[in-house]
Design a protein around this ligand. Structure first.
Ligand code: NG6
Ligand code: CA
Length: 521
């Protein structure tokens, strides 16, 4: 089937040869280095297509990300595979569409590990090829055994270390969910055994302060949900007690992860390495370090983009200091499209001005319109990746097969079912193609899909309702199927189902085939 494109051994050798011929002459570094460049993937959280300077942001500046783009390749059709966090990250690491597996939507605080120990992941593939591997930042893929979940006071496994990462410093879920502690490899960092950490979904005692009972004490008020346990003046999703010595300040998350990344990069400068830098910016609660507060006109949402941009600048500096700029494929992407009010009153709507978070597209987080998954996507490796802008279609799900090809690892038949080897496109090699088609999903609601083939886009809503189509977090009735031409109608406004009935029917059938193909495997 076409979902296995680029994974068969017969395709593998020519691709390596392609790389040996095409990449090496461009580069100053030796062929051996080029076979195994370092890889850093910076994944932003809830960042929209229009949120970055070089993608047309208004009212804020992103000098570092713009610089990265000016030294690399900026994609206009770069995607994540879902319009929420957990399924995108699931697919990024496994190379398989999340909709093929149940319970891969937004993970709750006590979720067990969603990717089973031993799964072939992007990290495992690179580790098998001799890479040092780390994930630093937001995890949101669950920890602990199935049916048990995380053992907060014991060993937190399985987790990233059981699927190919050598090291992790994690925020376990998202920062609007409890608890606010770092997971360092297998344990909660700085946990005092005399003050055990308890996490649950029910109020632990009558007098436990919450965002409802103590709303007047909050430094950032909630607008929907997010009214349970309070930490650092912010009420969260879920409840926790204890673990006080382990708790962090929201304001310090990015600093900690940048510091830890710099340390880890320097420590591993002699080896090939893979770092997954999973930023929390600009997910809610948008509480950035004091030095970024008020740094943009857009309020906390803009300030979080400024903080994210700073992180990218620091990572580039770290590569430079270690002499690794030319030896590192640096990737910048997002886990889903933009959202404005995602549960806290942080002026995201009020201070938006003429800034357009989803750029020319419709919808954002939670939708299967382009705005939900078409996001900033940049690759940079000076001397190897030619500077430019690419319209090739690439997706975060493609790193598994693409990086496997890069390091000469063969994927088992049951692994990375939907990942395509688009290494040439990621490397902006002339004549190299991206994917021909892509299935877009939301959080895994039944029957919501986008299906893009070339310039054509089929949108499917089995419940005939779409959500957050205009970033207002409202629902509107829509037909079950709609067909758009993205070239003439990037905002998906003119349904061409009636004028293109054959094409509409064919794409409906193809989409169904892709959905069914995975389920039977
Ligand atoms: C939703 C939350 C939202 C955000 C999202 C996950 C409410 C009302 N909304 O359920 O605030 O946390 O989950 O975002 O609680 S994601 O980017 O991690 O997928
Ligand atoms: Ca997200």
């Amino acid at each position: 089937s076409d979902t296995s494109q680029g994974r068969s051994p017969s395709l593998f050798l020519p691709l390596l040869l392609f790389f040996a011929c095409v990449v090496s002459p461009l580069s100053e570094t030796s062929a051996a280095d080029n076979d195994r460049p370092n890889v850093i993937v910076v994944m932003a959280d809830d960042l929209g297509y229009g949120d970055i300077g070089c993608y047309g942001a208004k009212g804020l500046e992103t000098p570092n990300i713009d610089q990265m783009a000016s030294e690399g390749c900026r994609f206009t059709s770069g995607y994540c595979s879902a319009s929420t966090c957990t399924p995108t990250r699931y697919s990024f690491l496994t190379g398989t569409y999340a909709f093929r597996f149940p319970n891969t939507g937004i993970a709750p605080p006590n979720s067990p590990a969603l990717i089973p120990a031993g799964t072939t992941t992007t990290a495992r593939i690179l580790k098998n090829a001799g890479y040092k591997t780390a994930v630093i930042g937001k995890w949101h893929l669950g920890l602990g055994e199935k049916n048990e979940g995380p053992d907060w006071n014991g060993d937190l496994k399985p987790g990233p270390l059981e699927i190919g990462f050598d090291h992790c410093i994690l925020l376990p879920t998202t920062n609007d969910r409890v608890p606010q502690v770092y997971v360092n490899d297998h344990n909660v960092e700085n946990l005092d055994p005399a003050d055990p950490l308890w996490v649950g979904n029910k109020k632990p005692s009558e007098d436990h302060p919450t965002g409802i009972t103590h709303r007047d004490t909050l430094k950032m008020d909630w607008s929907h949900g997010h009214n349970s346990t309070i930490h650092n003046g912010i009420s969260r999703i879920g409840f926790y007690t204890g673990g006080h010595a382990a708790r962090f300040r929201d304001e310090d998350l990015s600093d900690r992860w940048v510091e830890e990344s710099k340390r880890w990069i320097a420590e591993n400068r002699e080896e090939p390495f893979f770092l997954f830098f999973a930023s929390h910016d600009l997910h809610v609660p948008r509480v950035v370090h004091e030095r970024f507060q008020g740094s943009t006109k857009l309020g906390p949402r803009g300030d979080a983009i400024a903080e994210l941009d700073w992180c990218v600048g620091e990572l580039m500096k770290s590569l430079e200091e270690n002499g690794l700029t030319e030896k590192t494929m640096l990737v910048f992407c997002s886990d889903n499209g933009p959202v404005l009010d995602d549960g806290y009153k942080d002026d995201a709507n009020e201070k938006l001005g003429n800034h357009d978070p989803n750029g020319p597209y419709q919808g954002g987080k939670y939708t299967v319109y382009e705005g939900g998954t078409r996001t900033p996507f940049i690759t940079r490796m000076p001397g190897t990746i030619p500077v430019g802008v690419s319209d090739e279609m690439v997706c975060t799900i493609d790193f598994a097969a693409s990086l496997a090809a890069m390091v000469g690892q063969e994927l088992p038949n049951d692994a990375s079912l939907d990942s395509q080897n688009v290494l040439g496109a990621l490397m902006n090699q002339s004549g190299a193609s991206g994917r021909e088609h892509l299935v877009q999903q939301d959080n895994g609601k039944v029957g919501n899909y986008g299906y893009r083939v070339g310039d054509w886009k089929l949108v499917r809503h089995d419940q005939k309702k779409s959500y957050n189509f205009d970033l207002s977090m409202t629902r509107k009735p829509v037909p079950q199927f709609a067909l758009y031409n993205l070239e003439s109608d990037p905002a998906e406004q003119n349904d061409l189902s009636d004028s293109e009935p054959e094409r509409a029917k064919q794409m409906q059938q193809e989409l169904q085939k892709l959905l069914d193909a995975g389920r039977s495997r």
